[in-house]
Design a protein around this ligand. Structure first.
Ligand SMILES: O=C(O)C[C@H](O)C(=O)O
Length: 464
């Protein structure tokens, strides 16, 4: 069953139960490309813009109060998720997001008209363009929705998830401040380190990444709304930009303000590019953390085997009893995706032409995917990997005992060249450092005990 809706190009048949109108239907027909739907977070953010615009327009006397109330009521239903099935459009559509903006305008108008007792859809008494889109253009409300969706996702999901992983790693580090083990540089044995020190680097890397992400938020909280079609604000009343930013801040609890230059806010996407870059920084840190932990957990018999990762599931369909570092694999894979998304965002954001960037859907699709993957990834990694990590103190001690770079502690006492001779002799003849040193007569047994002490090699000022 269908009904007829119209737009400026003429009549279009839409499913009878749909709230959307002609423009959404045309987009469905003209852009049957891929499966990637416009993220719901963007559509909900657009609904928030429509609600805020209705309030400001009502206050300004630019909308009849009853129309504004109907818009707000329908927008609230969208925000509550009651109409999520009414947003079927894909990412690969008009580069301004006009069709998704019209999808939201049409659904809100269509539902508002039903609430007014006029039947589903249509343009009376609430018109999708004249009322729901009042004082707006897709060119300002779509980038506004992009910024709102990104800021909310970072604030509500990503920062708490980073904090959770960071707390888990900090706890692991604090539990093992005295567990001495072999340090490695160039993947080769180096001087000692504690497991606590090793893990403390991960905590600091995450801290750096979260600070980089936070630093981008003030610019992400600057909104394009009020610029309308080209940045001049045509058809929006004086003061609309400031008023709607304040309304959106009040509705969302986030510190949104109006962007100082609307021309740039429509045509450039530097704030979201910076955020994507900061997400890349987080992905880079997570890649290092995942790789280090799977390297330290390699084995269990023929690898480093210095940590035991939780055995969450059988790893192999053919090799009985094999357990794999699957959480590290998932985390490092999603880090690759985030690096790829950052590249796509960079290309897309660089393509602003004159007064508009028309690569907006692909930017926000990639950005929100990165945020979601990173947030879920941090949480999962904490809960299913870091929380269950146990160091193997025996294996660490054995590696330390066999290690050759403890010899570095002898540099201040016998000089680099003699110390190197000891290390080379020990390695080539399969001897311990002590045996080689004594055979070369460069020091006594007592001096070796006094100078070669891993626990004294962990900080500046440490002496052999
Ligand atoms: O949809 C609009 O409001 C404007 C459109 O993106 C355009 O500039 O052609």
């Amino acid at each position: 069953m269908s009904r007829i809706e119209t737009d400026s190009l003429g009549p279009v048949e839409v499913p009878e139960d749909a709230y959307w109108g002609a423009q959404t239907q045309r987009s469905l027909i003209n852009f049957a490309i891929g499966k990637e739907r416009m993220p719901l977070a963007v559509l909900h953010a657009l609904a928030l813009v429509k609600k805020a615009a209705a309030r400001v327009n009502d206050r300004n006397g630019d909308l009849p109060a009853d129309i504004a109330r109907l818009i707000e009521q329908a927008a609230d239903e969208v925000l509550a998720g009651d109409h999520d099935d009414q947003f079927p459009l894909v990412v690969w559509q008009t580069g301004s997001g006009t069709q998704s903006n019209m999808n939201v305008n049409e659904v809100i108008a269509g539902r508002a008209n039903e609430l007014a007792g006029k039947g589903r859809g249509g343009k009376l008494p609430v018109h999708p363009n004249d009322h729901v889109n009042r004082s707006q253009s897709s060119n300002d409300c779509f980038p506004t929705a992009m910024h709102i969706a990104a800021a909310q996702a970072v604030h509500d999901k990503l920062l708490p998830a980073i904090a959770e992983l960071s707390a888990g790693l900090a706890e692991l580090s604090a539990r093992h401040t005295h567990l001495v083990k072999t340090g490695r540089t160039h993947m080769m044995d180096a001087t000692p380190i504690t497991f606590g020190q090793e893990v403390s680097a991960f905590v600091a890397q995450l801290d750096y990444a979260q600070r980089a992400i936070r630093a981008t938020l003030p610019a992400v909280c600057e909104l394009a709304q009020g610029g309308t079609a080209v940045g001049t604000g045509l058809n929006a009343p004086h003061g609309f930009a400031e008023a709607i930013a304040a309304e959106l801040a009040a509705l969302s609890g986030l510190p949104f303000v109006t962007a100082p230059n609307k021309f740039a806010a429509l045509a450039g996407h530097e704030p979201l590019t910076s955020l994507a870059g900061a997400l890349k920084t987080l992905a880079v840190a997570l890649m290092k953390i995942a790789n280090d932990l799977r390297l330290l957990g390699s084995g269990p018999r023929a690898g480093l085997a210095e940590v035991r990762l939780p055995a969450n599931e059988p790893g192999s369909s053919i090799m009985p009893g094999k357990v794999n570092p699957t959480q590290c694999e998932a985390l490092s894979m999603l880090a690759c995706q985030v690096l790829g998304n950052d590249t796509a965002i960079g290309f897309a954001a660089s393509q602003g032409h004159l007064q508009l960037n028309v690569f907006k859907p692909v930017i926000i699709h990639n950005l929100l995917q990165s945020i979601e993957l990173l947030a879920d990834g941090c949480r999962n990694f904490q809960q299913h990997c870091v929380a269950g990590i146990e160091p193997d103190a025996g294996q660490m001690a054995a590696h330390l005992e066999r290690g050759l770079m403890l010899v570095t502690a002898l540099n201040p006492h016998i000089g680099y060249d003699k110390a190197a001779e000891i290390a080379k002799k020990a390695y080539s003849e399969g001897k311990t450092l002590r045996e080689a040193a004594l055979e070369l007569k460069y020091l006594t047994n007592e001096q070796f005990d006094q100078w070669v002490r891993p626990e004294n090699m962990l900080a500046p000022g440490g002496k052999g």
